[in-house]
Design a protein around this ligand. Structure first.
Ligand code: SF4
Length: 325
């Protein structure tokens, strides 16, 4: 494996751990990850890894993104081991072949603490959403992200972290006991959609098993139905899916549930169309006045209503949309 390593991290223990994970690593020193990552290397070139540091890991989330309180995207890694066809990383990042690990975790801790200072009068928790630029749990044994950040968040009274994932790599989490400030949020889709649109990701049943194991071990678990896709026969597929998961998952033990349709900004939509010309669900989207391409209102309303029917409204939040215009 070709590994690009920023020169100032050559003695960094976390960097050494990542390198040790790969067979026959060839390590090339670099000044700054952007010099390699931003070169816009084409889609099919050889996979490689970059180990780097990042100055600013936090960005404020837009309104209605998730929990109804202040929140920040927490960036610690770029690119994903999975290959969902609709994934925004495919055009949002300049390079899709390089897995980037930012290893200056202590700096990230300081940024989180500093950010919390600004909200110290808030009576509500501040949320930090990790895994929006990668799937942290899928690469956790390499990055040791959870082992470092889960205990850290327990020390911050007013902070909460979401680790959003499709991975079932949870056994190493079980050594952490009484965790109340981190929620493991599983993205779920009907198996047919996983097969056709979420390549390389674990099966639905494996995700359900991971969910139930974590619940049994008193973890806070969330469910994310994002994005809901208007595939052929979507009403039948999602109704069967809801019937199935209702039998397998006790929703009363779930901490939070978010859902939302497929959506892209006008600019992003045109970029993904260039890369995924045969992705059928893209052609179902309509230009909305709110600056997004989305599934049409009737489809979204059908999705929101059917999820309310099966799951109830109590824990359900609609992400970046409203139930009615
Ligand atoms: S799991 Fe998430 S981040 Fe990874 S490819 Fe799929 S949508 Fe993208």
């Amino acid at each position: 494996m070709l590994i690009y390593l920023e020169k100032n991290l050559q003695e960094n223990e976390r960097a050494k751990h990542i390198i040790s994970f790969y067979k026959n690593p060839i390590v090339l020193p670099i000044d700054n990850y952007k010099n390699i990552f931003d070169k816009n290397i084409s889609w099919n070139t050889e996979k490689s890894v970059i180990i780097a540091s990042l100055n600013n890991a936090l960005t404020q989330v837009p309104e209605n993104y998730g929990f109804p309180w202040e929140g920040f995207f927490f960036k610690n890694s770029l690119n994903c081991v999975y290959d969902c066809r609709y994934c925004y990383l495919k055009w949002a990042l300049k390079n899709n072949n390089m897995q980037v690990f930012f290893v200056n975790y202590e700096d990230m801790q300081n940024q989180i603490k500093k950010t919390l200072e600004q909200f110290k009068k808030s009576q509500y928790p501040i949320w930090f959403y990790s895994s929006d630029y990668s799937d942290n749990l899928a690469t956790d044994l390499i990055s040791e992200f959870s082992d470092f950040f889960i205990p850290f968040f327990e020390t911050l009274p007013n902070a909460r972290m979401e680790i959003r994932t499709k991975s079932t790599n949870i056994s190493h989490l079980l050594k952490h006991k009484n965790i109340t400030h981190t929620e493991i949020a599983f993205s779920l889709s009907p198996q047919e959609i996983i097969k056709n649109y979420e390549q390389k990701t674990p099966l639905l049943d494996m995700r359900i098993e991971a969910i139930n194991t974590l619940i049994k071990n008193n973890w806070k678990v969330g469910l994310r139905f994002l994005p809901l896709l208007e595939v052929k026969n979507y009403r039948e597929i999602y109704t069967d899916f809801l019937k199935y998961i209702s039998k397998k998952i006790d929703f009363s033990k779930i901490n939070s549930i978010f859902l939302g349709g497929l959506m892209y900004t006008y600019e992003d939509y045109n970029k993904i169309l260039q890369k995924e010309k045969t992705l059928d669900v893209l052609y179902k989207l309509e230009k909305n006045e709110d600056g997004f391409y989305r599934e049409n209102r009737e489809v979204r309303t059908w999705f929101y209503d059917i999820f309310s029917e099966y799951i109830g409204d109590k824990k359900l939040s609609i992400c970046l949309d409203k139930k009615k215009n």
